[in-house]
Design a protein around this ligand. Sequence first.
Ligand SMILES: Nc1ccn([C@H]2C[C@H](O)[C@@H](COP(=O)(O)O)O2)c(=O)n1
Ligand SMILES: [Zn+2]
Length: 194
Amino acid sequence: MSKDLRDDSEEATEITASLNALHIQKRQDYLQWDDYFMATAILSSKRSKDPSTQVGACIVDKHKRIVAIGYNGFPRNCSDDVFPWSKDSDSDSIENKNMYVVHAEANAILNGNGASLDGTRLYTTLFPCNECTKLIIQSGIRNILYISDKYSDKPTYRASKRMLNAVGIIYQQHVPTQRQIVINFDDFTQQQPK
Ligand SMILES: Nc1ccn([C@H]2C[C@H](O)[C@@H](COP(=O)(O)O)O2)c(=O)n1
Ligand SMILES: [Zn+2]
């Protein structure tokens, strides 16, 4: 390497070091988009009252804008304290929660406030069932990212994949770029001016 080039690269390193010291370089550990949207779905799932499985969903348009969020729960005005959370009784029983729960994906689609969902991506913490898949297809969602596929052997979920494959909606398991995201309210309440 010529002396001039070495001098230049040394100077660049020094400038980077000075900028780092002044904290005016952009942060490197910011959330990646897919992690951000899936984390939003996870945060939404925390609102669910279902004692066994909490599901969250987040719908994002092509401009990376969140257009809707949802989680699994009973329909509006069907009290969480009156309707049953059990699924022990047989599936046809009116004491089975599945008679009443609106799935996270369905709630997200319904929460879209009438905005077109054409060409959007769905981030969901659990693979969509066949009923939600019908809504996903009809609403124009084109991609699905999910975390868990724990019910993949059930006919309901096999039917989902059959429909998704038939219409060419792409689904893939989300691979996070960071293992965890910690939310600590104290980080903000104790923030000082810099
Ligand atoms: N893709 C899905 C699948 C299920 N849900 C909801 C429906 C129930 O509230 C709960 C599953 O309960 P489990 O059978 O595990 O006791 O999750 C959903 O919202 N989206
Ligand atoms: Zn569903």
